[in-house]
Design a protein around this ligand. Sequence first.
Ligand code: FES
Length: 161
Amino acid sequence: MIDTDEKHHVVTIEINGVRQTASVEARKLLVHLLRDDLGLTGTHVGCDTSQCGACTVDIDGKAVKSCTVLAVMADGSRVTTIEGLSPTATTASHRVQKAWQAEDVPQCGYCQSGQIMAAAALLTKTADPSDEQIDQAMTNICRCGTYQRIRAAVHRAAKEA
Ligand code: FES
């Protein structure tokens, strides 16, 4: 039984293919529901001010910074996190993850899950994006400055579709 009161709301969200029901505070951000309540710590918090993109997840087919979304706003949505792209250690990696590895994209790696989620969302809509389309879609800040390698990885993943 879900304990709820006027400050809490019951939400049902499909997360990585599994329907999850939770009682959340009205002010709780989706990123905190994912990380703190559900243990999906592959989604990172870099700035908490909607600038860095480290917290990017897929919501109903769109790359969204999960620190900009209240958990109650995601009620009824389908959310995929980095864990959902490659659900188990024995599951083959997603083509974007393979491309990231092949192009040696990450340096510190902190922001890469958000970048990969943004790239995967781009490629579902645009099969063979231009450099400009990649730059536009990748609103993720990489403090290590691996932008050329990010472009190369997205092009590689596009070819491997
Ligand atoms: Fe969400 Fe930086 S933590 S954009």
